[in-house]
Design a protein around this ligand. Structure first.
Ligand code: ADP
Length: 178
């Protein structure tokens, strides 16, 4: 499913494995220690190879990690991309601890990084809706609202954003929001 904007930008929804997607930037659902993990994080490091963690080691040594709601940039190793944006989504704790704003901030940070790095195509997973427990019916509208808002801008360099959902059920939630 896709949505075309009057300015030519495109938002796509698909089911798949984000490590198989070719794009200028792929987004990882990372943790604030930038230490790697399971889920999409593990898949990205396995497919991308050790250079990504070596870059994260250097970022960690300098900055100590990455705060929730923000993201850091590395190269993409063997992945068919130029960059990986490692975004740290919030752990869901009932929704009254600012999770919605932190999740929105993750997407906004990645969209800003995309503009700074002249990224034209990028792919997001559904941040925080795996191990971090964010209900996808609440996270989907936040993710789509941020990307829609960004792609609607006349001067966005970003041309195409894909959400790569990992199951048909997740896809249906995003599709119904869109
Ligand atoms: P978080 O800790 O932010 O919740 P997870 O990796 O546990 O991150 O899950 C985020 C989402 O990514 C989940 O919906 C999960 O099903 C999905 N996911 C896991 N592996 C992949 C993959 N290879 N490609 C795309 N999405 C994936």
């Amino acid at each position: 499913m896709e949505r075309k904007f009057p300015n030519g930008r495109v938002l796509k929804l698909m089911v798949g494995d984000i490590t198989r997607i070719t794009a200028d930037a792929l987004v990882n659902a990372a943790n604030s220690a930038l230490a790697g993990g399971g889920g999409v994080d593990g898949a990205i490091h396995r497919a991308g190879g050790p250079s990504i963690m070596q870059e994260l080691d250097r970022i960690r040594a300098k900055a100590g990690g990455c705060p929730t709601g923000s993201a850091v940039v590395t190269g993409a190793g063997r992945l068919p991309a130029r960059f990986v944006f490692h975004a740290v989504g919030p752990v869901y704790r009932g929704g009254k601890g600012g999770e919605a704003e932190l999740l929105a901030s993750c997407y906004r940070t990645c969209l800003t990084l995309a503009e700074e790095h002249a990224v034209q195509t990028m792919a997001f997973p559904s941040i925080s809706t795996g191990v971090y427990g964010y209900p996808i019916a609440e996270a989907g509208p936040i993710a789509l609202a941020e990307v829609t808002q960004h792609l609607g801008q006349e001067d966005a360099k970003l041309m195409e954003v894909s959400f790569v959902l990992f199951s048909d059920a997740d896809y249906r939630v995003y599709a119904s929001c869109l």
